[in-house]
Design a protein around this ligand. Structure first.
Ligand SMILES: *Cc1c(COP(=O)(O)O)cnc(C)c1O
Length: 384
């Protein structure tokens, strides 16, 4: 193939070349990079569950009970009963009639969106939506409209325009996230719900960073705001606060039945290992337990502590962005933090818009307060 080397050199010149590094996970919020141990502020393990002994034990028992792999797609022979047990528990947790488990959040998005809308339909997306929501939207063939981040007025205008000019049978899918992955801010969910109701649109809410973190029982932002029933399609992942892997959709029975028949990433992909699902049942139970509640409280205390030292407004989530602008400046800042013993990623284009390169600090309940304070103090000096 022509020009690959030049393409890589161009990326490097712009400070946009990415390469793989390897880390051994160690408990209590740390990683080992081969030469030193670093505090891990680069993981989405918000509750510290990725090394939880009880979940690990359930995983091991799951292997003894169900074997190592599923062996086939759910629709062929890969569907051990543990899947439907977990899906029932998920549906209950999300206060929905039904749920479906996918091998990742990414797979859930790229399977679900094209199953719901097609070429005579419309998708309206928040500008800062995650790559999997954008990819799923493109795959669907529906007409895509984008509204500026959290701009409900613009969303309202787009909905009005589509409803005024298109046949009433056109489906409109509004897609947004509860907690934005690179900014840590929340969507104005109540306003978005009112808006989609007014125009008979369907709302898909990606709670990747809300599930486990927000709401009395960790159900997410919809639970926190008492809007669970107003969101049509709840999407989430077990790869963040649940510490495992796999994505899910919780919704009406009709929607789930449609996904089983139309979501290609579900149909044409081998089912996730049933042992993982056994572990996921334990993770979900912990998220909803008194222990989960305590871990969430610790996480939000850590976030408040960090913001206070940094002198910024309190973060509503576990994600704190320090926007530095220039790619090279963000890379240098990440290097400074690494030397100080902290693993914090520099996030650059195309993950974030050009000239908004940033450090993305992910907090965890597993971080001790003294470590949070130390990082916040150093981070403060990097901003000036
Ligand atoms: C991580 C993430 C996903 C994808 O989830 P995976 O299970 O990691 O594939 C989807 N949406 C958002 C907003 C995310 O941050």
């Amino acid at each position: 193939m022509h020009g690959i080397k030049a393409q890589l050199e161009e990326l490097a010149g712009k400070g946009l070349l990415r390469s793989l590094r390897h880390y051994e996970r160690t408990p209590q919020g740390k990683v080992y990079d081969g030469s030193q141990e670093l505090w891990n502020f680069a993981a989405n393990d918000y509750l510290g569950l990725s090394t939880h002994p009880q979940i690990a034990a359930a995983y091991i028992t799951g292997i003894q009970d169900h074997g190592i792999g599923a062996g086939a797609s759910r629709l062929v022979s890969g569907g051990s009963p543990v899947f439907s047990q977990f899906e029932q528990e998920l549906a209950t947790a999300k206060k929905q009639p039904s749920a479906l488990f996918f091998s990742s959040g990414y797979a859930a998005a790229v399977g679900t969106i094209p199953a719901l809308v097609g070429k005579n339909d419309f998708i309206i997306l928040d500008k800062l939506s995650h790559a999997c929501l954008i990819d799923g939207s493109k795959l669907s063939g529906a007409t895509i409209r984008v509204f500026p981040h959290n701009d409900v007025e613009k969303l309202n205008r787009l909905l009005g325009k589509i409803r005024a000019t298109q046949p009433a049978t056109s489906r409109i899918l509004v897609i947004t996230e509860s907690v934005f992955s690179m900014d840590g801010d929340l969507c104005p969910l109540a306003e978005i719900v009112a808006c989609k109701n007014q125009y008979d649109a369907t709302l898909l809410l990606d709670e990747a960073h809300g599930f486990g973190v927000l709401g009395e029982n960790g159900g997410g932002l919809a639970e926190q705001l008492n809007l669970t029933e107003s969101v049509d399609i709840h999407m989430g992942t077990l790869s963040k606060a649940a510490g495992l892997a796999g994505g899910f959709i919780a919704s009406s029975q009709h929607i789930i039945d449609l996904l089983i028949n139309r979501a290609r990433s579900f149909i044409y992909s081998t089912a996730p290992p049933p042992a993982l699902v056994a572990a996921a049942r334990t993770a979900l139970a912990i998220i909803r337990s008194a222990e989960g509640h305590m871990l969430r409280t610790q996480l939000h205390t850590n976030a408040a502590h960090f913001s206070k030292i940094l002198g910024s407004s309190p973060s509503p989530s576990a994600i704190i962005p320090l926007v530095l602008g220039d790619n090279h400046r963000a890379l240098r800042a990440a290097e400074t933090l690494r030397h100080a013993g902290f693993l914090v990623p520099a996030i650059r284009y195309p993950t974030v818009p050009p000239n908004t390169a940033r450090l993305r600090i992910s907090l965890s309940a597993a971080h001790p307060p003294s470590t949070i304070a130390e990082l916040a103090t150093i981070a403060g000096t990097l901003l000036h």
